[in-house]
Design a protein around this ligand. Structure first.
Ligand SMILES: Nc1ncnc2c1ncn2[C@@H]1O[C@H](COP(=O)(O)OP(=O)(O)OP(=O)(O)O)[C@@H](O)[C@H]1O
Length: 241
């Protein structure tokens, strides 16, 4: 059997009275970056929130490191080693970059060596260390949000659309940082709409449609198959430029 860090089988989830996930089957290989693709409204963000225990699961099973996390409270899921960077990043605008990081570290103490590694990953955070997070650019805020998620060693990182609204140069810096996280063998589930970014980083890929996974495989195979991209994602030639 493949060595999967997280497995979802037949997961159904509701938001209020709405059925949003309709039987999600997903397996994340340990130490790999998996991209979750799909059109707007397919259920990608809801899948991440469901893994974190933030939606009501009505059917199915979620296993992290072989153990069920269905019904486990969100803080306990985080303590088991899953970090979540939501689309809106969850940083504190009025607090400094340093204060944001201190709040993210368990017990408030930051490991010096780990902080050096983070500064190397995201140099602007060192430059703006004592500045309010609200004064950072969009890309720098995204860097801070990811840095907060990895200030403690993590087994699995869930990141929702980190490139949304960012300029190409910053997207490139973010891609470099994800390469470094991959090199550390952190498993990552990345929700993305930017196919070029996804293609560069993804090892495995899953595609969602209408609350289900409709394709799972190697990213290299999907990247080569333009007909499949069109069928699954509606991508035109523009995605390949
Ligand atoms: N709070 C909510 N109340 C009702 N419906 C919701 C709520 N949040 C999401 N939905 C619905 O759930 C479905 C899946 O949304 P979700 O945000 O998970 O999709 P997505 O694939 O991440 O798309 P996007 O890229 O647009 O965020 C959509 O039809 C959306 O309208």
């Amino acid at each position: 059997m493949a060595d999967n860090i997280l497995e979802l089988s037949d997961v159904c989830a509701d938001i209020d009275q709405y059925h949003i996930l309709h039987g999600v089957d997903l397996a994340l290989p340990r130490g790999e970056l998996t991209v979750l693709l799909g059109r707007n409204g397919a259920g990608k963000s809801t899948t991440l929130r469901t893994i974190m225990g933030l939606t009501k699961v009505t059917r199915g099973e979620l296993r992290f490191q072989g153990q069920s996390i269905r019904g486990v409270p969100t803080p306990a899921i985080a303590r088991r080693g899953i970090a979540f960077v939501p689309e809106h990043m969850g940083i504190f605008s009025l607090l400094s970059v340093r204060e944001n990081m201190v709040l993210a570290a368990i017990g408030g103490a930051m490991d010096e060596a780990r902080l050096d590694w983070i500064f190397n990953l995201f140099p602007p955070l060192k430059r703006f260390w004592d500045k309010p997070a609200g004064t950072l650019s969009g890309g720098q805020k995204q860097m801070l949000a990811i840095a907060r998620a990895v200030i403690e060693p993590r087994e699995l990182l869930l990141v929702d659309e980190p490139t949304k609204g960012l300029a190409p140069a910053i997207i490139n810096d973010l891609a470099d940082a994800f390469e470094e996280l991959k090199a550390q063998r952190v498993a990552i589930l990345l929700v993305e709409q930017n196919f070029n970014f996804s293609r560069r980083l993804g090892q495995s890929v899953a595609v969602m449609s209408d609350g289900r996974i409709v394709h799972r495989g190697r990213m290299a195979d999907l990247a080569e198959d333009e007909a499949l991209q069109r069928e699954l994602l509606g991508l035109g030639l523009g995605a390949h430029q």
